[in-house]
Design a protein around this ligand. Sequence first.
Ligand SMILES: [Zn+2]
Length: 248
Amino acid sequence: MHPLGHSRALVGVALVGLSLCSCAFLRYHEQRDPPPHWSRNVIPNPDGSACLTVYLYDPGPAERAALRAALTEICRIRSDPGFQRRISAEANWVAGCTATHERPPRSVPEPVSAREVLDRVVQGAVPEFHVLDYGSFGPRTYAETDPRRRAIAIDPGRIADWESDNPSIRALLVDTLAHELSHLVVASDGSGSAFRDDAACRDVTPAGDLVSYKTGYLTGCWYEQSQQRPGRGFSLDECLTRGRGRSE
Ligand SMILES: [Zn+2]
């Protein structure tokens, strides 16, 4: 398969709001605290201050390097005033959906302001979190997040995308991690993730409007743009359109 067939479209297809018995987290959930051999990593902002603190669950050296590098890119992008302006300028943000009390219930999209996305996702403090690799997701799924345990499980194949010479492929890891990081933001009532994208919600609103997908696409495309040689004619809007078109 052509490497680009491994498309951005497939990136964003990830689930959130999982029960504690989700396969991806089964072995992990047997351990109540991060064991000492977990690798603690502080990811810096460009000014050297701490951006993210992440525990990596039994990573190999290549996986550790890839995750650290991709998360460092995310911190760089989030602190970029141009990126923050772009987030603020985007219309049509949807936080997730609420089920009505009807029978059967309907899923109703919850709009959210760009300001809230900027404050809570792009500039909000992220609690310490865990990343583990996991190889057996369902089709078209590369990662899952459990906001209660502050844990992201991610397909090792997606982590290995970082080894590619092609920035469009490396951008997939940036996109997936940025997407999942949005799910770590908890709702004000503590009930779970503030930004959700379950299948019922994706049936009633374009995936490209959901905060998780949209921040993932924007971050991945921003990274891809930063990797282009001058004069190559890269278009951020085309990159975003590609991602949105394939995901729906
Ligand atoms: Zn998701």
